[in-house]
Every structure is written in C-alpha cells, then in structure tokens.
Write a protein that binds this ligand. Structure first.
Ligand code: ADP
Ligand code: ZN
Ligand code: ZN
Length: 753
C-alpha cells in the first residue's frame, strides 16, 4: 500500500527510466515502508523494482524530485530499492542522457542498450559457473514459426536466440517448466554446457624492458610513426585522426600510446569493428601487455559480459577491447579511447537506439578530458572534413612499416573479353604464376551465395522475392533460394513458374560459384571460401584461416569479411572481381564506400617482405572515380567527393536526419510521413537553414512485406535540427497514427536504404 507522505515533508518522487519505447520518464513514490533515512543513500544510476501496468519492471533512477506534474494520488510506489550499487555511474549516465537526447531515442531504450542484460535485471553476482542452456546448430537453423503449435517451446527458443544462452534461473523467469526444456533437448534443438572460467593471465611475463606493464619489447618506430606518437598528448582531450595506409603500423602506435596510459595508472578503451575483434587482434594485445585485458565481443554470454564490465568498473581490467556497445563500458581510471577503422559502418547501430559509437567516443573523451585516437587507412569523409577544419588533429602515415611496399593496382578492362565464370584469362594467368611462386591469392567478390539469381532462358523470368523488391539468391549447399533482405527461403523450382520451361540457369556469380570455378581451374590448390555462410559456427573463421596463416600456397575467395584487419603475410595477389557494383549506387555514400572497400581489400596484398599486386576487373575502367582512386589514391578521390557534396549540400556540409516509416499498407506509411511533414513545417518552416525532402520511397520500397518511405530533414545548424526533432517526436508519439506504422528517427543516418 502507498502511504501518504508526512504532512510537513515534501514528497520524495523517483523519476525513473523504464525499458519502454515511450519518450518520457516515469514518476513513482518511494517504496512503501522504506525508512525515510534510506533516501540519503539513493542516487541516480541505481535500480528500483516498480509495478508497470500489471507487470513488474526494473527501472533506473534518473532524479529524486519533490514535484511532479501528475497528481500525487495517481502515483504508485516503487516496489523495492535494489541497493546502493549504481548500474550506471554518473559519467555513464550523463553519456546515455546526452545520447538519448541527441539520437532522439527514449531514455529507457538507450539505457537498455548500454547495460549488460544481467544488470538490467539487477543481478550483480559474480559468476558461479553453473550449467547454462544454448541453441544447438539445428536449433539455430530452425525457420521462424516452426514451433507454432508448441508455444512455450517457441518462447524459450526465441529467448535463447536473443540472449545467446540462459541459466536455469533465467529460464524460470519465463515460466517455462522442466518438461518444456527436456522436450527441446530431446528434439536436439537446445543443449547444456558449462561456461569456461574467465581466462586468467597466461604465460609468465618475460620482462625484456624494465617496464612492468610489458611482456615484449615494443618495435622501434620509423620516423613517421615516431612523429605521430609524439604528437599525441595523453594529458587532455583532443581527437587525433591517425590516417595511415594499410600496414603502416597504426596498431603499433596504439600499443605504444596505451603503454604511456598504463604508466600513468590509467585504463585504455579500444573499440574495433564487429568482425575486427579476432583472436589475432586480441593476441597482439595479450603478447605485448602484462596487464589484465577485458574483451567484450558478441560471443560472450550474459554472465561473461557482466564479469568483463565489472572488471572495467572496478579497475581490474587495464585495457578494454570491444565492439560498438563497449563505448558504454564503465571506467574507473579512464586514460584514453582508441577507435580502429573509424570508417567502419558497424560503429553505427542501425536499429532501435541508432547511435554512432565513433561520434559518442568524441563526446565521451571530451567529457572525460582524455585523448581519442581515430584510426583508418580510408577515413570517412565526415572525419576527413573534421580534420581539414582542424577540429581533429591529422596524423599521417604514408609508408608501410618495416620493409613492406605499397601494393601496385592494375585496372583490368574486361570489356569484350571471354570470361571464365567471371574470371578473365589474364587474371587466371596471374593467379597461376603467384601460386607457382608458392604465394597466396585473395579473390574478392562481395556477393555470397552461388549466383545473384536464377533465370529462365526461354522467357526471362527471374526468381523474385515475394516479400521484397529484390531477387532471391541461389545457394548450392544446401540448394535453395534465399532472400538476403528478409531471410525468406524456398526450394529451387524444376520448371519455370511462368512458361514451364526446364531451362533455368544461374545468373551471375556469387562466392560459392567462384569457389567452384577456382577449384576446377586449380585442382591441386586449396580454395578457402570466407563469407557469412561459411563462417556461421563459432570459431569457424579462425579454423578456415589456419592454413592461410601457415603460409602454404592457397586461394582465398570471399566477401568483405576478408577486407578488414587481417594480416596475411604471404598473400601477394589480390583480385577484385566486381569493382563496378559501387560505381552506380543511388546512395550518395556509395562511391565513398566503394573506395574504402577496394583499398581495404587491396591492402591485404604484400603486407610483409614480398611485393603485392592488385588486379581490379572492371567494365568501366575509364570511370573518373575509379581512375582517381587507382592512380591518385583514396585521399584524392575523397577531395573530389567532398567538392561534390559541398555543391549538393550533403553531409558533412549539412546535418541529415531521416524519418522512416513502414507499413504493410503503403498509404498509411505515406500518410504518417505527410503528417510528420506538416507538423514539422509548423514547428520549423523550411528555409535555407533547414529543409525537407520527401516523403520518398526507400531504395528498396518493399522489404519483408512492408512498404518503406522516408522523410529527409537537413540543416546547417545542429541545434535547430535537434530542437525540431525532439518536438516532432513527441507530437508523432501522441498522434493517432503512432501505433499503425513502424517509424523511427535516424540522426546522422549512415545507411540510407
Ligand atoms: P596497420 O595497423 O596500420 O595496418 P600494423 O600495425 O598492423 O599496421 O603493422 C603492419 C606490420 O608492420 C605488422 O606486421 C607490424 O608488426 C609491422 N610493423 C609495424 N611497425 C613497425 C616498425 N616500426 N618496424 C617494423 N615493423 C613494424
Ligand atoms: Zn520461363
Ligand atoms: Zn525478401
């Protein structure tokens, strides 16, 4: 029961963030029967259990107030205070509040993203290594809706999909009985396992130097590296763009900068792209440093994630390496933030809380007054622009470190050539010569599957996805048609559904087909395919790459998974099969992305003593972008693109937000955006400072059976855009159409599709 506050004392009102998609805070009275002196221990960042509708939720305290706009008799008391531990410390909380505000995201959603799952439930205990439950490969592959008739089984399965793995206690909270668990185990869909103990420090330190933090001696820097390192000040905030070609020794600079940070008794937070956090990356840090390192990657279960988080919070972990969401990790003694491959798209979350870890890193480093290093061989144009404007300090590394030379890039005109399944005779010849020198070849094709689609040779029918404006990709193992946009799958028809002809043929090349072609052309050489399909199982990427690291001649064929961060010393030839895909993209960032991808892939060639060559097959070798990129380099191309963006008033010269709406009924999504436009015009009429474009259909108008539209809002003043968006969001939330469409706001949108 709620008790009225004592007559002469102002009420204690708890303003909480709850995990709901509503853009507001929730007010509660203090828990019934809580001793009045207890509130002296209450602090923002702590958790309270509260009633919400007829459920119970855990909320995070934002503020203790004595006044609320809601009549006090309508407020319900919180159920329970979950104790003095702060789930988010003041610094993290202020970052989350800033980010929720900037990205127009409900604070509850932002906090849910920032907090490890167990903390969200108020569980602080350290691991006990009890058995846990997870999906088997079969369970992972089960198509959606397969367990429709066994609802409880489906609930557990989807919970395991979301959380990776669960303890018995966690499963109990879903009200799922042992019978249900046993049924799923018997069907081979789930299994139990004992999580490994968190690895303790391995190997004895062999101190070559007298520096207690080091296990191995740092490399002697070359003059360029030395200049760059000397410019990095560890005492205060500054953003450095470490702009160095692939293999120029950026990582070595990170390591030596971290060393200085450790000597000052501080922690370093290192962010890497999603697939950049390989054991190879980790082992470089482990080899160098004699300090506890916490790694936050997607392979962790909830318990391991919480352990790593707590190690960072209490200062045990001196170096924290993680992907995007690690930007929210608590730090006891923050000393430095490093973000590698800053141009990588995985730093921007594309759904829910659409934050950019890179941009938040700037905000966080500034608040903490510590340095931030952004590293890349192909910096995003936003970042290059910031460096040109002197907001970031630009550090250049133009030479490869050690003895490695930059790879030579050859544009190969394939117009009118007789191609063998996408490979020109000259390309095949170069591959063969490279293998004969006992070196390795990397073939890049950014399309997984066997072929982009299946075509009828008699009537021209193509396998379209029923739910998307897209073709279905043909896969061979197992043989099926698969839509990469909505995941819809079906069997391969024997006859054309249109004309009944049996002449159905694969159209174009995917990685599976190129793998087959290369195996036939080079029967005595191992061909290793790397793409999302080949690496579904945990650790399969490392297993597949083992022979490559051993250095024997082989051919690697794969997608952009091969572009990032790998160091293959014996790869001397890189072949880019389809460079043209990015040239004609309707996304204004298409060219920038193509340039980045091309140079990142090219950068895998010749990283050690032997020289590297890159063959770029193209039907458009005269295309000015391609010419500039290959002859004058990424930065020259960047300059040209920036001029173009200035002319067209596109980012980074304007700030851009996207309002997206989608619905099964196109007219409702459009109506929603028309409403949004008229509301927005009332708040902020179009002018040269702020203008609107749309509603427009998305690049893929129909996807997953929903019709998708966008309203673009751009401004030359961040503040103006922010103010408009926050007012607009509240009005849209209150509108009658709110629940009839799926809508979202994407501030500084990166993916325009
Ligand atoms: P990046 O991060 O820029 O791609 P890395 O730091 O991975 O470059 O360096 C590429 C290669 O050059 C690595 O094998 C690294 O050990 C080596 N290397 C880096 N700096 C030096 C140096 N100063 N002297 C000799 N070798 C170096
Ligand atoms: Zn046909
Ligand atoms: Zn589809």
């Amino acid at each position: 029961m709620s008790q009225p506050p004592p007559q002469n004392q102002p009420p204690r009102i708890l303003s909480l963030a709850l995990p709901t998609p509503l853009r507001r805070r929730f007010d509660y009275l203090a828990p019934a029967n809580s001793p009045p002196e207890q509130d002296q221990d209450w602090q923002p960042g702590q958790l309270f259990r509260v009633p919400f509708g007829n459920q119970s939720m855990v909320g995070l305290l934002l503020e203790i107030k004595s006044h609320t706009d809601i009549p006090i008799e309508k407020l319900r008391p919180a159920t329970e205070w979950l104790g003095p531990e702060q789930a988010l410390d003041d610094e993290q909380l202020s970052l989350c509040l800033w980010a929720a505000d900037y990205y127009q995201c409900p604070i509850g959603d932002a906090i849910s993203t920032a907090l490890p799952a167990l903390l969200r439930q108020g569980q602080w205990q350290k691991s006990q290594h009890e058995p846990r439950y997870r999906l088997t490969t079969e369970g992972k592959g089960l198509p959606e809706g397969a367990l429709k008739r066994a609802r409880k089984q489906a609930v557990l399965l989807s919970a395991l999909q979301q959380h990776n793995n669960l303890s018995r206690a966690e499963i109990d909270t879903l009200e799922i009985s042992s019978t249900i668990i046993k049924a799923l185990i018997d069907r081979g869909l789930i299994e139990t396992y004992i999580p490994e103990q968190t690895k303790s420090e391995n190997a004895e330190p062999f101190c070559i130097t007298n520096n207690q933090f080091l296990k191995e001696k740092p490399l002697d820097l070359n003059p360029e590296q030395l200049t760059a390192l000397q410019q990095i000040q560890v005492e205060s905030f500054a953003t450095y763009l470490l702009d160095g070609t692939t293999g120029s020794g950026k990582t070595e600079i990170y390591l030596q900068a971290i060393e200085r940070c450790l000597c000052d008794g501080k922690q370093a937070l290192v962010l890497v792209p999603e697939i950049g956090l390989t054991p190879q990356t980790l082992s470089r840090f482990l080899r160098r440093f004699n300090v506890p390192i916490a790694a936050l990657h997607s392979g962790l279960n909830d318990r391991e994630r919480l352990d790593a988080w707590m190690d960072a919070k209490n200062g045990t972990a001196k170096i924290i390496i993680g992907t995007r969401s690690a930007i929210f990790t608590p730090l006891k003694n923050p000393g430095m933030i490093i973000l590698d491959e800053e141009h990588d798209l995985s730093f921007k979350q594309q759904e829910g809380f659409r934050y950019s870890a890179r941009d938040l890193a700037v905000v966080r480093a500034h608040k903490l007054n510590i340095p931030l290093i952004l590293g890349s061989a192909t910096p995003s144009l936003e970042t290059l622009h910031n460096a040109q404007q002197k907001r970031y300090q630009h550090l250049r590394l133009t030479q490869r470190a050690g003895n490695a030379k930059p790879p030579q890039i050859h544009l190969l005109d394939i117009r009118g050539q007789q191609l063998d399944e996408g490979l020109s005779p000259l390309t095949l010849d170069s591959i063969s010569k490279t293998l004969n020198r006992n070196e390795q070849v990397l073939v890049f094709l950014n399309r997984r599957g066997y072929a982009p689609t299946l075509e009828c040779q008699d009537c021209g029918w193509m396998a379209d996805c029923r739910y998307c404006d897209a073709r279905m990709t043909l896969h061979q193992s197992p043989a099926h048609l698969h839509c990469h946009h909505c995941d819809h799958q079906r069997g391969i028809p024997k006859n054309c559904p249109n004309c009944k002809s049996s002449r159905l043929h694969p159209l174009g090349q995917g990685t599976e087909r190129s793998e087959e072609t290369l195996r036939q052309a080079f029967p005595n050489t191992p061909v290793i395919r790397i793409d999302r399909d080949a690496t579904r199982q945990k650790n399969s990427l490392n297993r597949l790459l083992e022979p490559v690291h051993q250095g024997d001649p082989c051919i690697l064929i794969g997608t952009q998974m091969l572009a990032k961060g790998h160091h293959f010393p014996n790869v001397t030839l890189v072949v880019i099969l389809d460079a043209d895909a990015g040239l004609f993209s309707t996304d204004f960032r298409g060219i920038e992305r193509m340039g980045q991808l091309l140079l990142q892939v090219a950068g895998r060639a010749g990283r050690a003593e032997k020289n590297g060559h890159v063959i770029v097959q193209s039907l458009h070798i005269d295309h000015p972008w391609l010419q500039t990129l290959t002859h004058s380099g990424y930065h020259a191309m960047g300059e040209l693109i920036l001029k173009e963006r200035l002319k067209q008033q596109l980012p980074p010269f304007r700030h851009l937000a996207l309002l997206r709406a989608e619905s099964k009924r196109p007219e409702i999504a459009l109506e929603f955006l028309r409403l949004a436009l008229s509301l927005a015009q009332k708040i902020q009429p179009s002018s040269s400072e702020l203008n609107y474009l749309g509603p427009l259909p998305a690049m893929m108008e129909k996807r997953g059976d929903r019709f998708r539209y966008q309203l673009h809002i751009n401004s030359n003043q961040r503040k103006l855009l922010q103010t408009l968006l926050s007012k607009l969001a509240l009005e849209l939330e209150a509108s009658a159409l709110n629940h009839r469409v799926r809508w979202s706001i994407d501030v500084d949108a990166q993916d325009m599709s």
